[in-house]
Design a protein. Structure first.
Length: 424
Protein backbone atom coordinates (compact mmCIF):
# COMPACT_ATOMS: atom_id res chain seq x y z
CA UNK A 1 0.00 0.00 0.00
CA UNK A 2 2.79 2.43 0.91
CA UNK A 3 4.60 1.63 -2.34
CA UNK A 4 1.44 2.52 -4.29
CA UNK A 5 1.13 5.83 -2.42
CA UNK A 6 4.76 6.63 -3.26
CA UNK A 7 4.19 5.80 -6.93
CA UNK A 8 1.19 8.12 -7.20
CA UNK A 9 3.03 10.85 -5.27
CA UNK A 10 5.99 10.70 -7.67
CA UNK A 11 3.68 10.69 -10.69
CA UNK A 12 1.83 13.71 -9.26
CA UNK A 13 5.06 15.68 -9.01
CA UNK A 14 6.00 14.67 -12.58
CA UNK A 15 2.57 15.78 -13.84
CA UNK A 16 2.79 19.15 -12.03
CA UNK A 17 6.28 19.94 -13.26
CA UNK A 18 5.58 19.00 -16.89
CA UNK A 19 2.18 20.61 -17.27
CA UNK A 20 0.57 24.02 -17.08
CA UNK A 21 0.10 23.54 -13.36
CA UNK A 22 3.82 24.19 -12.94
CA UNK A 23 3.03 27.89 -13.16
CA UNK A 24 0.70 27.62 -10.17
CA UNK A 25 2.25 28.20 -6.70
CA UNK A 26 3.01 25.05 -4.70
CA UNK A 27 5.46 23.98 -2.00
CA UNK A 28 7.92 21.57 -3.66
CA UNK A 29 9.90 21.36 -0.39
CA UNK A 30 6.83 20.07 1.48
CA UNK A 31 6.18 17.46 -1.22
CA UNK A 32 9.82 16.33 -1.01
CA UNK A 33 9.53 16.07 2.79
CA UNK A 34 6.41 13.91 2.44
CA UNK A 35 8.21 11.65 -0.02
CA UNK A 36 11.15 11.26 2.37
CA UNK A 37 8.72 10.35 5.17
CA UNK A 38 7.10 7.71 2.95
CA UNK A 39 10.52 6.27 2.10
CA UNK A 40 11.29 6.04 5.82
CA UNK A 41 8.04 4.15 6.44
CA UNK A 42 8.83 1.74 3.60
CA UNK A 43 12.26 1.01 5.08
CA UNK A 44 10.74 0.40 8.48
CA UNK A 45 8.07 -1.87 6.97
CA UNK A 46 10.78 -3.92 5.27
CA UNK A 47 12.59 -4.34 8.58
CA UNK A 48 9.51 -5.26 10.57
CA UNK A 49 9.02 -8.95 11.42
CA UNK A 50 6.08 -10.69 9.92
CA UNK A 51 2.83 -10.40 11.85
CA UNK A 52 3.03 -13.90 13.30
CA UNK A 53 6.67 -13.35 14.32
CA UNK A 54 6.08 -10.20 16.36
CA UNK A 55 7.21 -10.65 19.95
CA UNK A 56 4.49 -10.36 22.55
CA UNK A 57 5.35 -7.52 24.90
CA UNK A 58 3.47 -7.29 28.19
CA UNK A 59 2.65 -3.85 29.54
CA UNK A 60 2.11 -5.27 33.02
CA UNK A 61 4.52 -6.38 35.68
CA UNK A 62 4.17 -7.96 39.09
CA UNK A 63 6.54 -5.38 40.51
CA UNK A 64 5.81 -2.27 38.47
CA UNK A 65 4.43 -0.83 35.25
CA UNK A 66 6.55 -1.62 32.21
CA UNK A 67 6.87 -1.24 28.47
CA UNK A 68 9.55 -2.10 25.90
CA UNK A 69 11.80 0.70 27.20
CA UNK A 70 11.78 -0.41 30.84
CA UNK A 71 9.82 -0.85 34.06
CA UNK A 72 8.95 1.51 36.91
CA UNK A 73 10.06 -1.19 39.38
CA UNK A 74 13.11 0.40 41.03
CA UNK A 75 16.55 -1.16 40.62
CA UNK A 76 19.40 1.37 40.76
CA UNK A 77 22.00 -1.24 39.77
CA UNK A 78 20.91 -1.68 36.13
CA UNK A 79 20.19 0.93 33.44
CA UNK A 80 18.24 3.82 34.97
CA UNK A 81 16.44 5.91 32.36
CA UNK A 82 15.15 9.45 32.88
CA UNK A 83 12.19 10.13 30.57
CA UNK A 84 11.77 13.60 29.04
CA UNK A 85 9.20 15.34 26.85
CA UNK A 86 10.45 16.98 23.63
CA UNK A 87 8.87 19.75 21.56
CA UNK A 88 7.30 18.64 18.29
CA UNK A 89 9.72 18.95 15.41
CA UNK A 90 12.85 18.04 17.41
CA UNK A 91 15.52 16.76 14.99
CA UNK A 92 18.42 15.91 17.32
CA UNK A 93 19.12 14.83 20.89
CA UNK A 94 18.63 17.64 23.42
CA UNK A 95 20.91 18.87 26.18
CA UNK A 96 19.39 16.95 29.10
CA UNK A 97 20.83 19.43 31.61
CA UNK A 98 18.25 21.95 30.44
CA UNK A 99 15.27 19.58 30.78
CA UNK A 100 13.25 18.23 33.71
CA UNK A 101 12.52 14.48 33.68
CA UNK A 102 8.90 13.36 33.97
CA UNK A 103 9.70 9.90 35.35
CA UNK A 104 12.19 7.04 35.67
CA UNK A 105 12.34 3.57 34.15
CA UNK A 106 14.71 0.66 34.77
CA UNK A 107 15.97 -2.04 32.41
CA UNK A 108 18.94 -4.45 32.35
CA UNK A 109 19.23 -4.54 28.55
CA UNK A 110 18.40 -2.31 25.57
CA UNK A 111 17.16 -4.75 22.95
CA UNK A 112 14.27 -3.05 21.14
CA UNK A 113 14.36 -4.24 17.56
CA UNK A 114 12.49 -2.16 14.93
CA UNK A 115 8.81 -2.25 15.78
CA UNK A 116 5.65 -0.23 16.21
CA UNK A 117 5.24 1.68 19.47
CA UNK A 118 2.06 3.41 20.63
CA UNK A 119 1.62 2.22 24.23
CA UNK A 120 3.34 5.09 26.04
CA UNK A 121 4.93 4.63 29.46
CA UNK A 122 2.45 3.05 31.92
CA UNK A 123 2.65 4.78 35.27
CA UNK A 124 4.41 7.82 33.74
CA UNK A 125 2.81 9.11 30.53
CA UNK A 126 0.77 8.06 27.50
CA UNK A 127 3.13 9.86 25.13
CA UNK A 128 4.60 7.68 22.36
CA UNK A 129 6.30 10.30 20.18
CA UNK A 130 8.48 13.36 20.79
CA UNK A 131 10.18 11.98 23.90
CA UNK A 132 13.73 11.23 25.00
CA UNK A 133 15.34 8.85 27.47
CA UNK A 134 18.74 9.25 29.11
CA UNK A 135 19.92 5.83 30.37
CA UNK A 136 22.80 5.53 32.84
CA UNK A 137 24.38 2.42 34.30
CA UNK A 138 27.62 1.28 35.90
CA UNK A 139 29.62 -1.72 34.71
CA UNK A 140 32.67 -3.48 36.12
CA UNK A 141 35.13 -4.60 33.44
CA UNK A 142 37.28 -7.42 34.78
CA UNK A 143 39.78 -7.43 31.92
CA UNK A 144 41.52 -4.57 30.11
CA UNK A 145 41.01 -4.89 26.36
CA UNK A 146 39.35 -3.41 23.27
CA UNK A 147 35.60 -3.97 23.02
CA UNK A 148 33.36 -3.54 19.99
CA UNK A 149 30.00 -1.90 20.67
CA UNK A 150 27.13 -1.34 18.24
CA UNK A 151 24.13 0.95 18.60
CA UNK A 152 21.02 0.59 16.44
CA UNK A 153 18.23 3.14 16.75
CA UNK A 154 15.20 4.82 15.24
CA UNK A 155 15.42 7.81 15.75
CA UNK A 156 18.59 9.30 17.24
CA UNK A 157 20.94 7.85 19.87
CA UNK A 158 24.41 8.17 21.35
CA UNK A 159 26.65 5.95 23.49
CA UNK A 160 28.94 7.63 25.99
CA UNK A 161 31.40 5.73 28.20
CA UNK A 162 32.87 7.60 31.16
CA UNK A 163 31.51 10.82 29.64
CA UNK A 164 33.28 10.32 26.29
CA UNK A 165 31.36 9.88 23.05
CA UNK A 166 31.81 6.34 21.71
CA UNK A 167 29.01 6.15 19.09
CA UNK A 168 27.06 9.01 17.49
CA UNK A 169 23.87 7.80 15.81
CA UNK A 170 21.90 11.03 16.24
CA UNK A 171 19.20 12.55 14.04
CA UNK A 172 15.78 11.59 12.70
CA UNK A 173 16.26 8.47 10.61
CA UNK A 174 14.94 4.95 10.02
CA UNK A 175 16.59 2.02 11.82
CA UNK A 176 20.34 2.51 11.46
CA UNK A 177 23.28 0.88 13.22
CA UNK A 178 26.72 2.27 13.98
CA UNK A 179 29.63 0.47 15.66
CA UNK A 180 32.84 1.51 17.39
CA UNK A 181 35.93 0.01 19.02
CA UNK A 182 36.56 1.16 22.60
CA UNK A 183 39.51 0.29 24.82
CA UNK A 184 38.42 -0.18 28.45
CA UNK A 185 40.71 -0.68 31.41
CA UNK A 186 39.86 -3.08 34.21
CA UNK A 187 37.58 -1.40 36.73
CA UNK A 188 34.33 0.55 36.99
CA UNK A 189 32.95 2.42 33.99
CA UNK A 190 29.87 4.59 33.53
CA UNK A 191 27.71 3.77 30.50
CA UNK A 192 25.24 6.34 29.15
CA UNK A 193 22.82 5.75 26.27
CA UNK A 194 20.89 8.78 25.04
CA UNK A 195 17.85 8.21 22.83
CA UNK A 196 15.01 10.22 21.34
CA UNK A 197 11.91 9.35 19.36
CA UNK A 198 10.63 11.88 16.85
CA UNK A 199 7.40 11.37 14.91
CA UNK A 200 5.23 8.31 15.47
CA UNK A 201 5.00 5.25 15.24
CA UNK A 202 8.15 3.14 14.82
CA UNK A 203 11.06 2.83 17.25
CA UNK A 204 14.27 0.85 17.73
CA UNK A 205 17.07 0.86 20.31
CA UNK A 206 19.62 -1.97 20.55
CA UNK A 207 22.96 -1.75 22.35
CA UNK A 208 25.18 -4.71 21.45
CA UNK A 209 28.67 -5.92 22.28
CA UNK A 210 30.87 -8.52 20.58
CA UNK A 211 31.89 -11.47 22.77
CA UNK A 212 33.90 -14.35 21.34
CA UNK A 213 33.28 -12.99 17.86
CA UNK A 214 29.49 -12.96 18.27
CA UNK A 215 27.30 -9.87 18.58
CA UNK A 216 24.92 -10.08 21.53
CA UNK A 217 22.76 -7.54 23.44
CA UNK A 218 24.71 -5.76 26.17
CA UNK A 219 23.13 -7.05 29.39
CA UNK A 220 24.45 -4.83 32.16
CA UNK A 221 23.60 -7.46 34.79
CA UNK A 222 26.59 -9.48 33.56
CA UNK A 223 28.88 -6.53 34.33
CA UNK A 224 27.04 -4.82 37.19
CA UNK A 225 29.05 -4.51 40.43
CA UNK A 226 25.84 -5.11 42.39
CA UNK A 227 23.06 -7.56 41.51
CA UNK A 228 19.75 -6.91 43.26
CA UNK A 229 16.87 -9.35 43.78
CA UNK A 230 13.68 -9.10 45.80
CA UNK A 231 11.58 -11.74 47.47
CA UNK A 232 8.78 -10.82 49.81
CA UNK A 233 10.06 -8.53 52.56
CA UNK A 234 13.73 -9.25 51.74
CA UNK A 235 15.98 -7.40 49.28
CA UNK A 236 19.29 -9.07 48.47
CA UNK A 237 22.37 -7.37 47.03
CA UNK A 238 25.18 -9.59 45.74
CA UNK A 239 28.65 -8.06 45.29
CA UNK A 240 31.58 -9.92 43.74
CA UNK A 241 34.60 -10.07 46.02
CA UNK A 242 36.88 -9.31 43.05
CA UNK A 243 35.38 -5.82 42.91
CA UNK A 244 35.67 -5.27 46.66
CA UNK A 245 38.94 -6.96 47.62
CA UNK A 246 42.26 -8.09 46.22
CA UNK A 247 42.88 -11.84 46.28
CA UNK A 248 43.35 -13.17 49.80
CA UNK A 249 42.66 -9.74 51.32
CA UNK A 250 39.87 -8.11 53.30
CA UNK A 251 40.89 -4.46 52.72
CA UNK A 252 38.46 -2.53 50.51
CA UNK A 253 39.71 -1.38 47.10
CA UNK A 254 39.12 2.23 45.97
CA UNK A 255 36.46 0.99 43.50
CA UNK A 256 34.78 -0.87 46.36
CA UNK A 257 33.99 2.38 48.14
CA UNK A 258 32.33 3.76 45.00
CA UNK A 259 30.22 0.61 44.80
CA UNK A 260 29.28 0.75 48.48
CA UNK A 261 28.36 4.42 48.08
CA UNK A 262 25.74 3.33 45.54
CA UNK A 263 24.46 0.82 48.11
CA UNK A 264 24.24 3.63 50.68
CA UNK A 265 22.22 5.76 48.25
CA UNK A 266 19.80 2.87 47.83
CA UNK A 267 19.52 2.37 51.62
CA UNK A 268 18.71 6.06 52.11
CA UNK A 269 15.52 5.51 50.10
CA UNK A 270 14.66 2.12 51.65
CA UNK A 271 12.73 1.27 54.80
CA UNK A 272 14.51 -1.48 56.74
CA UNK A 273 14.78 -2.77 60.28
CA UNK A 274 17.64 -5.26 59.85
CA UNK A 275 20.63 -5.75 57.55
CA UNK A 276 22.60 -8.99 57.42
CA UNK A 277 26.00 -8.92 55.67
CA UNK A 278 27.33 -12.35 54.70
CA UNK A 279 30.79 -13.24 53.40
CA UNK A 280 31.62 -16.23 51.16
CA UNK A 281 34.85 -17.62 49.67
CA UNK A 282 35.87 -20.32 47.20
CA UNK A 283 37.48 -23.62 48.26
CA UNK A 284 41.13 -22.54 47.91
CA UNK A 285 42.81 -22.81 51.34
CA UNK A 286 41.69 -24.48 54.55
CA UNK A 287 38.08 -24.33 55.72
CA UNK A 288 39.04 -22.57 58.95
CA UNK A 289 41.06 -19.91 57.09
CA UNK A 290 38.25 -19.30 54.58
CA UNK A 291 35.74 -18.97 57.42
CA UNK A 292 37.85 -16.26 59.08
CA UNK A 293 38.48 -14.48 55.76
CA UNK A 294 34.80 -14.43 54.84
CA UNK A 295 33.89 -12.96 58.24
CA UNK A 296 36.58 -10.27 57.95
CA UNK A 297 35.38 -9.31 54.47
CA UNK A 298 31.79 -9.03 55.63
CA UNK A 299 32.96 -6.97 58.61
CA UNK A 300 34.91 -4.59 56.32
CA UNK A 301 31.75 -3.92 54.33
CA UNK A 302 29.75 -3.45 57.52
CA UNK A 303 32.32 -1.05 58.98
CA UNK A 304 32.19 1.13 55.87
CA UNK A 305 28.38 1.27 55.83
CA UNK A 306 28.26 2.05 59.56
CA UNK A 307 30.89 4.78 59.15
CA UNK A 308 28.60 6.40 56.57
CA UNK A 309 25.51 6.47 58.75
CA UNK A 310 23.89 3.00 58.80
CA UNK A 311 22.78 2.28 62.40
CA UNK A 312 25.20 -0.18 64.01
CA UNK A 313 22.47 -1.96 65.98
CA UNK A 314 20.64 -2.85 62.73
CA UNK A 315 23.66 -4.61 61.15
CA UNK A 316 24.55 -8.27 61.62
CA UNK A 317 27.74 -9.84 60.21
CA UNK A 318 28.15 -13.52 59.28
CA UNK A 319 30.99 -15.44 57.62
CA UNK A 320 30.16 -18.69 55.81
CA UNK A 321 33.58 -19.50 54.34
CA UNK A 322 33.43 -21.91 51.42
CA UNK A 323 29.98 -23.25 52.31
CA UNK A 324 26.92 -22.40 50.20
CA UNK A 325 28.72 -21.99 46.84
CA UNK A 326 26.63 -20.66 43.95
CA UNK A 327 28.52 -22.90 41.49
CA UNK A 328 30.80 -25.93 41.74
CA UNK A 329 34.39 -24.84 42.43
CA UNK A 330 35.56 -26.51 39.22
CA UNK A 331 36.90 -23.50 37.29
CA UNK A 332 38.39 -20.07 37.95
CA UNK A 333 35.25 -18.44 36.55
CA UNK A 334 33.04 -20.35 39.02
CA UNK A 335 35.40 -19.70 41.93
CA UNK A 336 35.31 -15.98 41.18
CA UNK A 337 31.49 -16.04 41.33
CA UNK A 338 31.54 -17.94 44.63
CA UNK A 339 33.78 -15.27 46.20
CA UNK A 340 31.15 -12.73 47.13
CA UNK A 341 29.47 -10.61 49.78
CA UNK A 342 25.70 -10.66 50.14
CA UNK A 343 23.80 -7.83 51.81
CA UNK A 344 20.31 -8.88 52.89
CA UNK A 345 17.91 -6.08 53.77
CA UNK A 346 14.79 -6.92 55.77
CA UNK A 347 11.76 -4.68 56.14
CA UNK A 348 9.12 -5.73 58.69
CA UNK A 349 9.53 -9.38 57.78
CA UNK A 350 7.96 -10.41 61.08
CA UNK A 351 4.66 -9.16 59.65
CA UNK A 352 4.59 -11.64 56.78
CA UNK A 353 1.61 -13.97 56.89
CA UNK A 354 -0.64 -11.53 58.78
CA UNK A 355 -4.30 -11.70 57.87
CA UNK A 356 -5.89 -8.62 56.35
CA UNK A 357 -8.56 -7.02 58.48
CA UNK A 358 -10.46 -3.76 59.03
CA UNK A 359 -10.62 -2.47 62.61
CA UNK A 360 -12.64 0.26 64.35
CA UNK A 361 -11.11 1.47 67.59
CA UNK A 362 -9.56 4.21 69.69
CA UNK A 363 -5.90 5.20 69.40
CA UNK A 364 -3.92 4.87 72.63
CA UNK A 365 -0.25 5.76 73.16
CA UNK A 366 1.67 4.03 75.94
CA UNK A 367 5.45 4.26 76.47
CA UNK A 368 6.01 5.42 72.89
CA UNK A 369 4.03 2.47 71.52
CA UNK A 370 0.75 2.96 69.69
CA UNK A 371 -2.30 0.71 70.06
CA UNK A 372 -5.69 0.38 68.41
CA UNK A 373 -8.16 -0.50 71.18
CA UNK A 374 -11.40 -2.14 70.08
CA UNK A 375 -14.36 -1.83 72.50
CA UNK A 376 -12.30 0.20 75.02
CA UNK A 377 -15.12 0.48 77.63
CA UNK A 378 -16.05 -3.20 77.49
CA UNK A 379 -14.57 -6.18 79.32
CA UNK A 380 -14.15 -7.66 75.83
CA UNK A 381 -11.70 -4.92 74.80
CA UNK A 382 -8.94 -5.90 72.39
CA UNK A 383 -5.64 -4.07 71.90
CA UNK A 384 -3.56 -4.23 68.72
CA UNK A 385 -0.01 -2.90 68.72
CA UNK A 386 0.71 -0.82 65.62
CA UNK A 387 3.78 -1.63 63.53
CA UNK A 388 5.17 -0.04 60.39
CA UNK A 389 5.35 3.49 59.03
CA UNK A 390 1.92 4.59 60.24
CA UNK A 391 2.91 4.34 63.90
CA UNK A 392 4.07 7.97 64.09
CA UNK A 393 1.09 9.16 62.06
CA UNK A 394 -1.35 7.52 64.46
CA UNK A 395 0.22 9.25 67.48
CA UNK A 396 -1.49 12.42 66.27
CA UNK A 397 -4.85 10.63 66.60
CA UNK A 398 -4.38 9.72 70.28
CA UNK A 399 -7.78 9.45 71.97
CA UNK A 400 -9.63 9.55 68.64
CA UNK A 401 -11.77 6.88 67.03
CA UNK A 402 -10.33 5.58 63.78
CA UNK A 403 -10.86 2.84 61.24
CA UNK A 404 -7.67 1.15 60.06
CA UNK A 405 -6.99 -1.41 57.39
CA UNK A 406 -3.98 -3.65 57.82
CA UNK A 407 -2.53 -7.07 58.44
CA UNK A 408 -3.36 -8.50 61.85
CA UNK A 409 -1.61 -11.20 63.87
CA UNK A 410 -3.27 -12.28 67.12
CA UNK A 411 -1.43 -13.56 70.18
CA UNK A 412 -4.57 -14.08 72.29
CA UNK A 413 -8.28 -13.27 72.16
CA UNK A 414 -7.61 -9.77 73.57
CA UNK A 415 -4.32 -8.62 71.98
CA UNK A 416 -2.14 -8.79 68.90
CA UNK A 417 -0.11 -6.79 66.37
CA UNK A 418 -1.28 -4.87 63.32
CA UNK A 419 0.71 -3.60 60.36
CA UNK A 420 -1.40 -0.63 59.30
CA UNK A 421 -1.74 0.09 55.57
CA UNK A 422 -4.60 2.65 55.55
CA UNK A 423 -6.29 5.00 58.01
CA UNK A 424 -9.85 6.34 57.70
Amino acid sequence: MIRKVMFFAVMSVFFIVHSGFAKMPFDIGKIQQQLNELKKQVQVENNKPKEQEKPKVSTRSNTGNSNIFGSTSENPFIFVGDVYFLPEGTRRLPDFKNLMPVGKIYTPVLDIKPRRFDSGFPGITDRFEWFAIDYNGRAYIDRSKTYKFCLLSDDGSKLLIDGRLAIDNDGVHPPREKCSLVYLRKGLHNFEVQYFQGPRYYVALVLSVYRNGKKIPFDIRQYAPVVMSKKGCKTQLTLKSGILFAFNSYRLKPDAKRVLDSVLSMLENTNYDRIVIEGYTDDIGSKSYNLRLSKKRAQSVANYLISRGVPKNSVEVVGYGETHPLYPNDSEEHRALNRRVEIKIYNNCKNSGFKKKELDGVVEVYKNDVYIVVNPTCRCRQSYKVLGDYKDVLKEYAGSEVRVFGKVKRFSPWSGEIYVEKIY
